[in-house]
Design a binder for this molecule. Structure first.
Ligand code: COA
Length: 178
């Protein structure tokens, strides 16, 4: 089972590097673009990671050391998933899953599964949270399959919800009752 870590404010910089990767590698899968994404702003992300209504989980992998610096062990984030609890009282029984991404070279090795397990366990630990919501692009059937494997059910589909590079994609809405 890959080791899942919960990110803190000190991880904001390396998370932003992974966030830029997800927006670049799978642009249809995320509503933000690199030009307008708050999650690319290091102070904003550090504040978010410090907040009690938020949790981001990640998996790191060792990066090959540069020549001459073999003694320095560095690690890089290769996968992440985020969870934000709704603040308004009428919605505080709900939390949203977003930013689910695994670097292409690491896919198919149960990293996504490990991250979603951590997200769901965290949501269950928040008193009063009864539903987990998410939206997934119809262009990411493997992500929809991952969520279904945890019991998420589709409740709606918005036709041509997003557009990117001359293509439009439906958005599929899913919920898990905890
Ligand atoms: C979706 C994503 C996170 C899955 O990550 P992953 O680490 O490869 O997934 P896992 O190896 O943990 O697989 C877990 C389950 O997901 C589903 N799944 C993953 N890859 C799949 C594929 N290529 N085809 C079909 N189902 C797939 C399966 O149900 C799988 O369970 P199984 O192996 O028991 O059949 C990854 O493909 C990704 O980053 N996609 C691009 C970004 C994206 O679409 N994110 C979702 C935003 S809402």
């Amino acid at each position: 089972m890959p080791a899942v870590i919960r990110l803190g404010p000190g991880d904001a910089e390396r998370y932003v590097r992974l966030r830029l990767r997800m927006l670049t590698v799978a642009p249809w899968a995320f509503s933000a673009t690199p030009e307008d994404d708050e999650a690319l702003d290091v102070p904003h992300v550090a504040g978010m990671f410090a907040g009690e209504h938020h949790a981001t989980f990640a998996i790191e992998a060792a990066r090959a050391p540069e020549p001459g610096r073999e003694m320095e062990r560095e690690s890089v984030l290769v996968a992440s998933a985020s969870l934000t609890r709704a603040k308004p009282p009428k919605f505080s029984h709900r939390a949203r899953v977003w930013g689910v991404f695994v670097e292409p070279a690491y896919r198919g090795r149960a990293l996504g599964k490990a991250l979603m397990g951590a997200v769901i366990a965290q949501a269950r630990s928040w008193p009063g949270v009864a539903f987990l919501d998410l939206a997934v692009s119809a262009n990411s059937p493997e992500a929809q399959r991952l969520y279904e494997s945890f019991g998420f059910a589709v409740w709606g589909r918005e036709p041509e919800a997003t557009q990117h590079d001359g293509r439009r994609f439906d958005e599929v809405y899913m919920t898990l009752r905890l």
